[in-house]
Design a protein around this ligand. Structure first.
Ligand code: PLP
Length: 359
């Protein structure tokens, strides 16, 4: 007889990690929006110095890191809740705000984890299609709010399309959101966002009582493997985020790495600037070669390849580029090294030149 299991899990797809080239040394893994730069030497040295403490549990309150973040963000420490990556905190936000059957609203296509986390929490995902430019349709999202809606995710810039929401659009949206509904602005790619019009999560947190912001150390800070991120949320919500967290989920090593990254932010900013410049150069080359692309404010680009997606992905893979295809929809390619970006430009130019109608 088989073991009794939660029946609803059958309908939930497992989170799909970006494909990995394995031992192929000539291949570039550009499927998970990781930072192509190696960790800062100061960070790896700091982690090494902390290794002697791993027989002990970390300090779950992470007072040093929370203190530094609170000061930088100009908020009370009680409003900050850490997690093992901001994807964990996103799950905590759903657990903290939804009762069974409540609705979690977000755009689609957006971050792959949202529907999975929502189902696992026993809530119901409500997915509102992006507009034809691959951007959030905040008017349609406002229309989709019901009396069961308890949480809204706005992914800015959006993964995987790279588009942003602007301040005016989010203000207009907030005017239509009931005060008891929490709106979460997920800013995993904030550092790469150079748009002058973009909504900034912390500005909204200060101006509205029902906003939370998600930040991560995984992307711009290059700490994806350390698993650390956080929410800034109204204090009462942040208290419940701590209750829904797995105890000791954030290691002392991760806390140290995050602190050191903040300390060495100027060095990281140089890398961020390089990645942004590389993104613009790649988009410029593609456009100059007749390939229409979506504007991106993140560390990846998006190609609306539609039914042609798997053919284009196969060509990229053949050239050593492991991207993230979404069959029937499009391909997300993370910005990599100069060498990788040159291969992407050349491959896409040759593979899409014959099929300009797709983009
Ligand atoms: C990468 C990503 C995250 C954060 O991932 P963690 O590694 O768990 O911090 C959160 N949201 C979006 C939209 C992302 O793309």
């Amino acid at each position: 007889m088989s073991i009794v299991q939660r029946s609803s899990l059958q309908a939930i797809p497992a989170y799909k990690q970006g494909a990995t080239p394995g031992t192929d040394e000539k291949a570039f893994k550009l499927s998970s929006n990781e930072n192509p730069f190696p960790p800062l030497a100061s960070v790896t040295a700091g982690i090494a110095a902390e290794l002697g403490t791993i027989n002990q549990y970390p300090n779950a309150a992470a007072p040093e890191l929370v203190g530094v973040l609170a000061e930088r963000l100009g908020v009370e420490p009680e409003t900050i809740a850490l997690g093992a990556g901001s994807v964990e905190v996103a799950g905590q936000l759903i657990h903290a705000t939804t009762n069974p059957g409540d609705e979690v609203l977000f755009a689609w296509r957006s971050f792959e984890a949202y529907p999975i986390l929502t189902h696992v929490a026993g809530a119901t995902p409500v997915m509102v299609p992006l507009d034809s430019a691959g951007a959030h349709d905040l008017e349609a999202m406002a229309e989709a709010i019901t009396e069961r809606t308890s949480l809204v995710f706005i992914c800015n810039p959006n993964n995987p399309t790279g588009t942003i929401v602007d301040t005016a659009a989010v203000d207009a949206f907030m005017a239509r959101v009931p005060a008891h509904v929490l709106v979460v602005i997920d800013e995993a790619y904030l550092h790469f966002n150079t748009s002058a019009d973009t909504a900034i999560g912390m500005d909204f947190f200060r101006r509205y009582p029902n906003i939370a912001v998600l930040h991560t150390f995984s992307k711009a800070y290059g700490l994806a493997g350390m698993r650390i991120g956080y929410a800034v949320a109204p204090a009462a919500v942040a208290a419940n985020l701590r209750k829904t967290a797995v105890p000791f989920g954030v290691s002392a090593l991760a806390q140290r790495a995050a602190l050191l990254s903040l300390e060495h932010e100027a060095e990281l900013q140089t890398r961020i600037d390089e990645l942004v410049a590389a993104r613009e150069a790649l988009l410029g080359t593609l456009r100059a070669n007749g390939i229409a692309t979506t504007e991106s404010q993140a560390n990846f680009i998006w190609l609306s390849t539609g039914e042609d997606t798997m053919r284009v992905d196969a060509a990229l893979r053949e050239a050593g580029i492991w991207a993230r295809p979404f069959p029937g929809d499009g391909i997300r390619v993370s910005i990599g090294s100069a060498e990788a970006n040159a291969i992407i430009a050349a491959t896409l130019t040759s593979v899409l030149a014959e099929a300009p109608a797709h983009v």
